[in-house]
Design a protein around this ligand. Structure first.
Ligand SMILES: [Zn+2]
Length: 231
């Protein structure tokens, strides 16, 4: 079992699809923050993972959604019902939660074009409890970390910065064949914004990037694949 050493939270990946093709995470500090919730079936798997790691459901202080795609927020309503923890989502992605309907997906390449027709387009609608602008200090939720706004994949995408790693949602994705090889996410609403966000996260990251699909991505590999344009 992974435990936090106090100041430094432990990151526990929860596989919601085989081979890391869809991930949620448990971030365990003094309390536990669940990052992302998968499709509706993800809630049950996350609750099982909490139990397996000896984390009481009452210890979960927050369900933090990295962005408003259905494969990340579809399970959030059910997870809140089971854990009684509030859901946090960026203001610019909140409409997707409230409607339960995804926006059109803009593929960045072949994988996106293949996946787009297969992706479910609806999920149980819900009202997020905490609608924010991207800057959340998780100290209030018992985890030493903070979020920053990293738009591009969606307008309301965020990344969670911890002492020694980043939970980056779909800012980047691991490769189909090489899971630790960083690449663009399968979809992006705004590629220019996405590049800026990748650069911003690269500048402050102190360790690997844990992402929604495949990964984790070593920081050196991200720097090689996406060299920074600004010093
Ligand atoms: Zn996404």
């Amino acid at each position: 079992m992974q435990r936090s050493d106090g100041a430094r939270p432990a990151v526990i990946p929860v596989g919601l699809a085989p081979l890391g093709f869809l991930n949620a995470y448990l971030v365990r500090g003094e309390r536990t923050v669940v990052v992302d919730a998968g499709y509706p079936s993800g809630a049950r798997r996350i609750v099982t993972a909490l139990r397996r790691h000896g984390i009481d459901s009452g210890d979960v202080s927050l369900i933090l959604l990295t962005h408003g795609h259905l494969d990340h927020l579809g399970g959030a309503a059910e997870l809140r019902r089971r854990l009684h923890a509030p859901i946090a989502l960026h203001r610019l992605d909140a409409a997707i939660a409230v409607s339960g309907r995804d926006r059109p997906l803009k593929p960045t390449g072949l994988a996106g074009r293949l996946f787009a027709p297969l992706a479910p387009r609806t999920a149980p609608a819900f009202q997020p409890d905490i609608i924010h602008d991207g800057e959340l200090d998780l100290a209030a939720y018992g985890v030493a970390g903070r979020t920053i706004h990293t738009p591009g994949h969606t307008p309301g995408s965020i990344s969670l910065l911890l002492d020694d790693c980043v939970l980056a949602g779909d800012l980047l994705a691991g490769g189909f064949l090489r899971r630790h090889a960083p690449g663009l996410p399968y979809f992006a609403d705004d590629l220019a914004q996405l590049s800026e966000s990748i650069e911003r996260v690269s500048a402050v990251a102190k360790g690997p990037l844990y992402v929604g699909h495949r990964g984790p991505l070593p920081l050196e590999a991200v720097a090689r694949r996406f060299p920074r344009m600004t010093p």
